[in-house]
Design a protein around this ligand. Structure first.
Ligand SMILES: NC(=O)C1=CN([C@@H]2O[C@H](COP(=O)(O)OP(=O)(O)OC[C@H]3O[C@@H](n4cnc5c(N)ncnc54)[C@H](O)[C@@H]3O)[C@@H](O)[C@H]2O)C=CC1
Ligand SMILES: C[C@]12CC(=O)[C@H]3[C@@H](CCC4=CC(=O)CC[C@@]43C)[C@@H]1CC[C@@H]2C(=O)C=O
Length: 512
């Protein structure tokens, strides 16, 4: 839904008048309303001036959204908070409420995201809106339905969601005190509503609205009941599920990488994929390098061909990496960031005394070839292209982020090859950063602890659980998005150079 410019004009004028009325003494946001001036909670809907309404939900940033009256029985309207059309960052401190009329089935359009909080009270001066504006705003919606906000005492332990696709097509009524604009990640598998979720949202997205019912807590990892108000082309469904909410303020979309071009190896899976997705959300273009057998083709198609491209690449092969760099230059014109995520893992002791069998040399060599040589190969070949960049005001031409492992520091039994391959990455970080300093290319390495990726999911569940339990705090596997966040931080901090940073929840791997 969208307004035409003239409608927006009219709307803006209405807002100005409302503002004036506010300045003249009508208080707009009062959490402790005085009873003589405000309607009590649940009082009849007034289609006149100075009626009070409780905010039942808050919308997502920036766009016009369709809101529905939440409860049929209560006579609350839904308050629309006025937002700047530019989006989340600049909020206009003007609250606006559009009355859907005495019939609670009506729906209306609202500019979302304002300073109003759920449970706050607003006084509406309807007369301050121009009549034609009111009419347009209130009659521009045809479809509407009711959804109920209830307070489950014990949420059903049903499916958890895995929103890994794009194009959010619903709004959430979350229970709990999480303010709108925070980011959440749902994990799990979505099953029974394929049609509705044909267009599903990105992994991380803003909480778009908040239910008023007394909340379950919504700290990381807690289970919450969500109400999904999903609208696809023809259907409008409402369903409830338990989802695991992880509040991820760091997943906020800032556009910080706008205009940059990145190459991510191992980009079709796990940590690499999360980095690719984050980079795209933050506005950069991405070349996804991964082996031909990966799902890189599908991923690049899903993520959008304008801003991403898949290059089948074995990082240990010079010609493959050269080809990927050529594609990068041809399609995006330059290269600013390289993230070396490609890697393999495995476990084998140096000698099996039962079988009288030494560690296979080829296995050791393969590990070094992919993890170490591959990383070095990509660095040595890509810095040439980075060196062509015009330096920024700091003299910077590019940034490289390698992914090693905490195994580089505490290799466990059976990890000689893997540990050696990762320790070599840690080892090469400083000298390469020194080699490239005069060209303005920074080099850093992240040593992750245990992250929930296909690589780790390949371990038996028992092993996964005991690995997660060994993490002091937070005592869980890391989310790939958390790693991707650190990659971005490193890219954005110009002083960060020649360093290896652990990201491990204070994990120190034991001998086995
Ligand atoms: N998941 C974890 O807990 C940790 C992972 N790491 C490291 O993080 C990096 C990413 O691992 P995950 O995302 O967990 O694993 P993953 O298995 O999900 O992703 C690794 C990707 O690298 C690709 N790859 C493998 N060999 C390649 C080659 N020769 N050329 C190009 N691509 C190749 C794979 O196809 C895959 O897409 C690896 O280097 C791994 O060693 C480090 C510490 C912990
Ligand atoms: C290497 C790492 C931690 C491990 O030890 C496991 C490995 C994935 C394959 C494995 C399966 C097993 O059954 C035993 C453990 C392990 C070798 C993990 C992948 C990433 C982990 C890491 O790098 C930690 O720093």
């Amino acid at each position: 839904h969208s307004f035409s410019i003239s409608e927006s004009d009219q709307f803006a004028r209405g807002i100005l008048r409302l503002r004036r009325a506010v300045e003249e003494g009508i208080k707009t946001s009062d959490t402790t309303p005085s009873p003589e001036r405000l309607c009590p909670e649940g009082s009849a809907f007034h289609n006149d001036t100075n009626c009070c309404h409780k905010l039942l939900e808050q919308g997502p940033c920036g766009e016009l959204q369709q809101f529905y009256q939440v409860s049929k029985d209560s006579n609350y309207g839904i308050c629309a908070c006025m937002a700047n059309a530019d989006g989340c960052n600049k909020m206009i401190k003007t609250n606006r409420m559009i009355l859907p009329g005495p019939n609670s089935k009506q729906c209306f359009l609202a500019f979302s995201q304002g300073p109003c909080q759920v449970g706050e009270w607003f006084i509406l001066n309807l007369q301050s809106l121009q009549p034609e504006c009111q009419k347009k705003l209130c009659s521009s919606e045809k479809n509407g339905t009711d959804t109920k906000v209830s307070t489950p005492t014990s949420p059903p332990e049903t499916d958890v969601f895995d929103f890994t696709m794009k194009d959010q097509c619903y709004k959430t009524f979350t229970q709990g005190p999480c303010p709108a604009g925070q980011y959440v990640q749902f994990v799990g598998t979505l099953s029974p509503y394929p049609k509705c979720f044909r267009k599903a949202p990105p992994t991380c997205f803003s909480i778009s609205s908040i239910g008023t019912s007394a909340g379950l807590p919504c700290t990381a990892g807690h289970k919450l009941l969500f109400f999904f108000n999903c609208q696809s082309d023809e259907i409008f469904q409402h369903f409830e599920r338990v989802a695991t909410l992880i509040i991820m303020p760091h997943a906020m979309v800032t556009g910080a990488l706008k205009g940059m071009v990145a190459l991510v190896t191992g980009g079709a899976s796990g940590l690499g994929r999360a980095t690719v997705e984050r980079f795209l959300r933050q506005g950069s273009k991405v070349v996804i390098c991964d082996i031909p057998a990966s799902n890189g083709v599908e991923l690049a198609t899903e993520l959008g061909k304008d801003s991403s491209i898949f290059c089948p690449t074995d990082v240990s092969q010079e010609k493959d990496v050269q080809a990927a760099l050529s594609v990068c230059k041809e399609k995006f014109g330059k290269l600013d960031i390289v993230v070396n995520c490609a890697g393999i893992a495995g476990a084998c002791k140096v000698y099996n005394f039962n079988k009288k069998q030494p560690h296979l040399l080829e296995e050791f060599q393969k590990m070094i070839d992919i993890n170490t040589v591959g990383t070095f190969n990509v660095i040595r070949l890509s810095v040439g292209l980075m060196g062509d960049n015009k330096p920024n005001e700091d003299g910077q031409r590019g940034v490289i982020v390698n992914i090693a492992s905490v195994s580089a520091f505490e290799g466990q039994q059976g990890q000689a090859a893997y540990t050696a391959s990762k320790a070599a990455i840690v080892g090469m970080t400083l000298p390469i950063s020194r080699d490239l300093a005069s060209t303005g290319i920074r080099v850093n390495t992240i040593a992750p602890g245990l992250f929930k990726t296909p690589m780790l999911m390949a371990c038996p569940e028992k092993v996964q659980k005991s690995l997660a339990a060994a993490v002091p705090f937070p005592s869980r596997l890391g989310f790939p998005e958390e790693l991707a966040h650190l990659v971005e931080v490193i890219v954005l901090n110009p002083m960060m150079n020649g360093e290896t940073v652990r990201l491990d929840g204070a994990l120190r791997m034991q001998s086995k």
